[in-house]
Design a protein around this ligand. Structure first.
Ligand SMILES: Nc1ncnc2c1ncn2[C@@H]1O[C@H](COP(=O)(O)OP(=O)(O)OP(=O)(O)O)[C@@H](O)[C@H]1O
Ligand SMILES: [Mg+2]
Length: 486
């Protein structure tokens, strides 16, 4: 389904975003065009295609008006690999913190999971088949699948018995009795026919989920690699890069583990899928997709925009900008999955730009973000819509949550209006935190109901303007109180 979404027209993209984000039309339009442009670029002849650079965007606007939300939704509705990072978590090369190239590596990782999931979907049926055979082998150690009897074909499930170990260690608890019931199965002497009959009987029971709780012994590969993560930051990334296959080289520790058929099925399924999906192909496709369609969203960019003449921290901030620059301009970054060219990755930066302006960014970087869109501050009328219209609207969330307890909340239109005005009022009197204010206000409004919900089961609770006033007025009137509570 996601694949088709790549072909959305700008209008359709905006319409999709409209389902979740109120207003901010300019920003929606800009991201929609940027996305469409990449699709257009893919249709160009080779020589031209390389010439068309993505039009990176800076989204400016006060806090809590939907910048991050737009990016988040965008990622969900496109099949493009997407990564959101905070500019502030990077520091200049040589200091403690993440090196900026890690954003490209993370993007590729996102692409890898995406491509892997798609390719695994294709082999799912085959993997399911193999998993079933594997489980049957575990349940009936002596009764090999007749086609493969005698030989260990490559696709055969991992043998439970280590060489030299006792031949019956892999048998399930039930095997003894069940095999007894099935005749001579499980013993080496059983006839070919009765063995496969038993196997089929077990297959049916397995499919019906009747064996889910039975215990079997499986072999799990325990990688001890993560321990190295103690070396945090870039040094780990480098290691990860250079020694990416270390865990494979070391072979990981194979460990036997008793577990339920249900869990064993998951483990085997994962292993079969990993075997069936060619990891080189995954890397190749993922790299390509990250290069051609990847989107990196850099949040809090204003925080690394330094003003002149301040020295100290600013040096390091400017350093981060200088480090980011080549990546945005187009560089080749070495990743676990190969070299990745960043020239055509789309960058969307966002920031409140309270105390700095985009023009405080170093000129070279400004130049790489030619599109600027401003998001508007939100007012009471927007709040009414934000509370009610989006698919995930706050009011809907609370109504559904309390419905689980058997409590029916009923918001009157006037109450919603009252709430929105209160939110706008508090925003203007204290600090303007945009739509985030609605979260704190709703939480306070429904605190009592939420707390008492288990005792209110079966009741209908009307939320009227009077109720809103009663719950919130005292706090809203007192500015000091609202500063702390709202
Ligand atoms: N225009 C909007 N429509 C619907 N919901 C919104 C809108 N703006 C903000 N919200 C809601 O408010 C919350 C905060 O929004 P968001 O994270 O997008 O803020 P932001 O603009 O990124 O702010 P900051 O500059 O602080 O990062 C989110 O839960 C989001 O759902
Ligand atoms: Mg944000």
């Amino acid at each position: 389904m996601k694949r088709e979404l790549q072909n959305l027209t700008p209008k359709e993209i905006v319409a999709e975003l409209d389902k979740f984000i109120i207003g901010q039309h300019k920003a929606k339009k800009a991201v929609a065009i940027a996305l469409r442009n990449r699709m257009r670029r893919r249709g160009l002849p080779d020589e031209l295609r390389d010439e068309v650079a993505p039009k990176n965007i800076i989204m400016m606007g006060p806090t809590g008006v939907g910048k991050t939300e737009i990016a988040r939704r965008l990622s969900k509705l496109t099949g493009a690999p997407f990564l959101k990072v905070e500019a502030t978590k990077y520091t200049e090369v040589g200091y403690v913190g993440r090196d900026v190239e890690s954003m490209v590596r993370d993007l590729v990782s996102a692409a890898v999971s995406m491509v892997k999931a798609e390719l695994q979907e294709e082999v799912k049926e085959e993997a399911e088949k193999r998993t079933e055979e594997g489980l049957l082998d575990l349940l009936l150690p002596g009764v090999k699948q007749h086609e493969s009897a005698g030989g260990d074909e490559p696709g055969a499930p991992i043998p439970v018995n280590a060489p030299g170990s006792e031949s019956h260690t892999g048998r399930s608890d039930e095997t003894g009795s069940a095999a007894g019931a099935g005749g001579a199965a499980g013993t080496a002497g059983g006839s070919e026919d009765s063995r496969s009959a038993t196997r089929e009987k077990f297959r049916q029971r397995l499919r019906d989920g009747k064996l889910d709780d039975k215990e079997v012994e499986i072999q799990v590969t325990k990688s001890n690699f993560p321990a190295i993560e103690i070396f945090s930051g870039s040094s780990f990334e480098e290691m990860d890069l250079n020694l990416g296959n270390l865990s494979n080289l070391l072979g990981g520790k194979k460990k036997r583990k008793r577990t339920t058929v249900k869990h064993a099925r998951e483990v085997l399924m994962q292993e079969e899928m990993d075997k069936l999906v060619d990891s080189d192909r995954v890397s190749e496709l993922a790299r390509q997709r990250a290069e051609e369609m990847g989107i990196i969203f850099i949040d809090e960019i204003d925080k690394i925009a330094a003003k002149e003449n301040r020295g100290g921290v600013d040096v390091s901030r400017e350093g981060v900008q200088r480090d980011i620059l080549p990546i945005v301009e187009g560089a080749t970054v070495n990743t676990k999955h190969g070299m990745v060219d960043t020239s055509h990755i789309l960058f969307i930066a966002a920031g409140a730009f309270h105390s700095s302006k985009p023009s405080d960014l170093i000129p070279e970087l400004q130049g790489r973000f030619p599109l600027r869109v401003e998001l508007e501050a939100l007012h009471a009328e927007d709040f009414i819509r934000i509370l009610t219209q989006p698919q995930n609207a706050l009011i809907r969330q609370y109504v559904e949550l309390l419905k689980v307890e058997g409590v029916e909340l009923e918001f009157t239109e006037e109450a919603i209006k009252e709430l929105s005005e209160i939110a706008a009022g508090v925003n203007s009197k204290t600090e303007n935190i945009g739509a985030r204010r609605l979260h704190t206000i709703m939480e306070l409004l429904l605190e009592e109901v939420s707390f008492n919900a288990p005792d209110l089961s079966g009741q209908k609770i009307p939320i009227t303007p009077e109720y809103v006033k009663e719950r919130l007025d005292e706090i809203v009137q007192d500015q000091d109180l609202s500063r702390y509570i709202l």
